[in-house]
Design a protein around this ligand. Structure first.
Ligand code: FPP
Length: 246
């Protein structure tokens, strides 16, 4: 791995503007310690703060994290309920710090299946941080890439049916305007922790030209130093976007 940037924090040359992270391995981290899976999720939540706070130092403007997928409802009722409680507590506890540290928070994903109290906390946090510009933190909660594309297509079809959109003019610039991420740039770098090499329905459309890093570290062990290394390594990548260097 390339040189470790000073965590005290030097902007990383060629740093990815937008990093997206699949925070995997909380369950295994807890099991290795003989503790229930939720213990791992709590440890994972603590890491979120460290990584968000490291972003401005490295030059990362957008951070998108996968907190709960549309498929995660298949977990036990105890784990799902525990995660929902954790999200409520996290928002309540972190709102002030996020606001004061210049972090703008957005949520992506379908809000329909989430409990009303949680949805209200999410809206309040978005409003409380709406004027911040230092870091853009997007939390994917009840998010699935296919679900997002399906919801976007439905709204696009409604606009066509209502005569607001000419189907002849639909091109690859059109659909992204209907995605949950319409205000965000595409991710430059997608990181998945815990040794799994798959993208699990995360930012399917948006990551078409992202660089990927699949690393063995379990999410609760992921440090800002390792984050900095991955940002530095990204700076050395040759991104051609399908073209040939002349
Ligand atoms: C995947 O690990 C992790 C999740 C499904 C939950 C992610 C949640 C957090 C990191 C905690 C809080 C987040 C916020 C935004 C407060 P896993 O449970 O699938 O791990 P395993 O593969 O080892 O079982």
């Amino acid at each position: 791995m390339t040189a470790v940037p000073d965590p005290q924090d030097q902007t990383v040359e060629g740093c990815p503007r937008h990093v997206a992270i699949i925070m995997d391995g909380n369950g295994r981290w807890a099991t290795q310690r003989g503790r229930p899976r939720l213990f791992g999720h709590h440890a994972g939540a603590k890491r979120v703060r460290e990584i968000v706070e490291a972003c401005p130092g490295f030059g990362v403007e957008y951070l998108t994290i996968f907190a709960f997928s549309t498929e995660n409802w298949k977990r036990t009722q105890v784990e799902v309920a525990g995660l929902m409680t954790l999200f409520r507590r996290y928002i309540t506890k972190e709102t002030r710090a996020l606001r004061e540290k210049g972090v703008r928070v957005r949520f992506i994903g379908a809000r329909t299946r989430l409990d009303k109290k949680l949805v209200k906390l999410m809206q309040d946090l978005e409003e409380a941080t709406a004027h911040n510009t230092l870091v853009n933190l997007t939390i994917a909660l009840n998010y699935g890439g296919r679900d997002e594309v399906a919801r976007a297509t439905k709204r696009l079809a409604q606009d066509v049916a209502a005569g607001r959109l000419d189907p002849e003019k639909v091109d690859e610039e059109t659909l992204p305007r209907y995605l949950d991420t319409y205000v965000l740039p595409d991710p430059d770098l997608v990181i998945r922790t815990s040794g799994e090499a798959r993208i699990s329905n995360f930012l399917l459309w948006q990551s078409a030209y992202a660089e990927y890093e699949f690393i063995d570290t379990l999410w609760p062990d992921f440090t800002k130093q390792e984050f900095g290394c991955l940002c530095t390594a990204f700076g050395g990548r040759d991104r051609r976007f399908g073209a040939v260097k002349t």
